[in-house]
Design a protein around this ligand. Sequence first.
Ligand SMILES: N[C@@H](CCC(=O)N[C@@H](CS)C(=O)NCC(=O)O)C(=O)O
Length: 246
Amino acid sequence: MKIRLFIVGGSHPCATVERALEIKGLPYSTVEFPPPMHMGAMKLLFGSRTVPGIQIDGEKISGSRAILAKLDQLVPEPPLLPADADKHAAVIEAEAWGDEVLQPLVRRVLWPSFKAHPEVMANYSEGSKLPPIPIPVLKLIAPGVTTLEMRANRASDATYADDLRTLPILLDKVDGWIAAGTIGGEEFNVADLQIAASLRLLMTFADLAPVFDGRPCAALTLRCFPDAPGHAPVGTIPASLLPSAA
Ligand SMILES: N[C@@H](CCC(=O)N[C@@H](CS)C(=O)NCC(=O)O)C(=O)O
């Protein structure tokens, strides 16, 4: 089986797919694009402008959920979905929430943070195959890149404040799923991979450490994704917007 994964470095849904490929023991190669250039390239290649996209023996699939479903079909063991019908439905619901609610929130926090601190963006190219962009060049292109990304992700100063204020409520929801056994089992399911990848990216923000501290979802995230590229030091997010300041 020849597998090519199309990614942006540091992207959380791309991390979800990479972890699934690892769990399934499937070797693959990657094609990496710098953001926001991936949007045009992906639209041309996959008909949808988002990463991840995957090519499996020539068949193209776009979107982390569709890709995970395909991988589970191709390689059934270990399963990424429970056999029990009730548990299966609960996992599918948690996965959809991770994709549709949590994933976009992470982008709406990320891009305003990078807009204010373009130098931090360089930390997120750890492990990238692309040549590093010198900090002065990064600072020069950051206003354009971050404005485009904020527009594409419907991010604004208002969403930045709102998302950070509501983050603890979202984490309570994830902790609830862990308590119910929907996620956080010994073997990771599609919802674990979807949710933990988003939380892992948020956990690279040192400012958010107190929000995650001691939470079951933080432990699950680190178990699922021990390492993640990137680090945003304290002060990247304005103190006035941090949930603990509310
Ligand atoms: N929710 C979808 C979409 C992923 C997504 O939005 N990826 C971002 C990067 S993290 C992207 O490519 N954004 C470009 C755009 O919105 O045009 C998935 O999980 O595959």
